[in-house]
Design a protein around this ligand. Sequence first.
Ligand code: ZN
Ligand code: ZN
Ligand code: ZN
Length: 90
Amino acid sequence: MKVNIKSWTAVAAWRWDMPEDDVCGICRSPYDSTCSKCKYPGDECPLLWGECNHCFHAHCIFVWIRAETSHGRCPMCRQEWKIVAKVSQD
Ligand SMILES: [Zn+2]
Ligand SMILES: [Zn+2]
Ligand SMILES: [Zn+2]
């Protein structure tokens, strides 16, 4: 059990070493910027990381998930959207 948790943490950390030019798949703004509706990065506009290894601004994915056409799935890979991490930017 401990080994599983350790490897999970390692994978999660590795995921954050993705290329810096990565952009939110919904609004196409960079992860280190805000979504298209916010002016300032920070707690107001956190990033949500999904179990499928896709990441979006919280505001972007909330709007998407609320839409009936989303069926509760990730807009990039169509897997069921499950949040595994919330990341606030300073
Ligand atoms: Zn976005
Ligand atoms: Zn926002
Ligand atoms: Zn996905």
